[in-house]
Design a protein around this ligand. Structure first.
Ligand code: NAD
Ligand code: KPL
Length: 309
């Protein structure tokens, strides 16, 4: 690649985070293509006049070029911004378009989907991202930037940062390269497992968990044991305190899983609590509280007509 700054970004998944990344890169003059499922979605996109992005009360419509999954254009750099449960299948549908050595950036929450994608793509460089930025869709192809956050990027196979990261700085995307992205992802996973399922089961905002400190603390103890058994001791340092801090700092918010359930959307449970319970079992680590929590959550989801995976 002669000029890495001008490498075309293909963005798979024009939802909340995909739009957040696409609009910032596009506004910074980077070449961007959205990949939509099919001709019908492409037609709807054109009828809407592009992507609408709102931040700090300002609304902007951007006509970012878009194409379908089966467009023949080769892909050098792919940002996968689908939900964890859609990522593997979505990437499989563009796999033949990836050039050898293509970079594939995976924005999924939790763990498990990134590894599944990476296994399918031995010739690509897979970069995992742990994001705390917040965005939501207020309409089809219309996204609101809800919360400032941060992105940690890293490659589980290679610690050297790619040379084009300043493209993110230019696009005002806050990031840091980390040589231990798995630790970051495990840590976020643990935080999400300690908070999100309880907010769903008790139908409450994060702050209401302050009154359930013992339940949260017992879960944290078990999470610490599981993460250590899985070779992630550093991801457990100060976990209890951070969980308490996050509950306090986000007291007025509903967790992302609560929002999914409230809006009748499938959750990413398999990549959060499901991943942790399976990892515990594989490492012969007892996790009775987490397993019970998972069963209760699956039953709760079923009662709302939502899948338990
Ligand atoms: P989203 O549902 O808003 O967007 C996903 C998009 O992917 C949708 O537009 C969907 O139609 C599209 N998609 C799915 N399968 C596809 C396919 N085969 N081909 C083309 N498009 C396909 O999801 P999101 O909120 O942007 O979340 C993406 C990931 O980022 C999740 O893992 C989520 O947990 C994580 N995350 C989100 C936020 C946030 O604030 N939204 C914050 C941190 C992390
Ligand atoms: O990331 C979160 C979420 O809601 O998904 C927090 C705020 C940390 C709660 O787990």
């Amino acid at each position: 690649m002669a000029d890495t700054r001008q490498t075309l970004w293909h963005i798979l998944g024009a939802g909340s985070l995909g739009t957040l990344w696409a609009t910032r890169l596009f506004r910074a003059g980077q070449p961007v293509r959205l990949i939509l499922r099919d001709a019908a979605r492409l037609q709807t996109y054109h009828a809407k006049g592009g992507l609408t992005f709102s931040a700090q009360g300002l609304r902007q419509r951007l006509q970012i070029p878009a194409q379908t999954l089966n467009d023949p254009e080769p892909i050098h750099r792919l940002l996968v911004a689908c939900k964890a449960y859609d990522a593997e299948r979505a990437v499989a549908s563009v796999a033949t378009r990836l050039v050898p050595g293509a970079e594939v950036l995976l924005l999924q929450n939790g763990l498990g989907s990134q590894q599944a994608v990476a296994e399918r793509l031995p010739d690509a460089r897979c970069i995992f991202i742990s994001s705390t930025e917040g965005a939501f869709r207020d309409d089809d192809f219309s996204v609101v930037f809800a919360g400032r956050g941060f992105n940690w990027l890293g490659d589980a196979q290679e610690s050297l940062a790619p040379p084009w990261l300043d493209a993110l700085t230019n696009a005002d995307i806050p990031y840091e390269w980390t040589s231990d992205i798995l630790q970051r992802l495990w840590r976020k996973l643990a935080l999400n497992c300690a908070i999100n399922p309880l907010t769903v089961l008790h139908d409450c905002r994060n702050g209401a968990l302050q009154a359930r400190a013992e339940e949260v603390s017992a879960l944290c103890d078990e999470l610490v044991g599981v993460l250590k058994a899985c070779g992630q001791p550093q991801a457990t340092e100060g976990l209890h305190d951070e969980v308490r801090r996050v509950i306090e700092a986000t007291a007025a918010n509903y967790s992302s899983m609560h929002q999914d359930v409230a809006q009748g959307r499938r959750t990413e449970i398999s990549y959060l609590l499901g991943f942790v319970c399976n990892a515990a079992m594989q490492h012969g680590c007892e996790a009775p509280l987490l397993n019970t929590l998972r069963q209760r959550l699956v039953r709760h989801l079923a009662s709302r007509g939502l899948p338990g995976d």
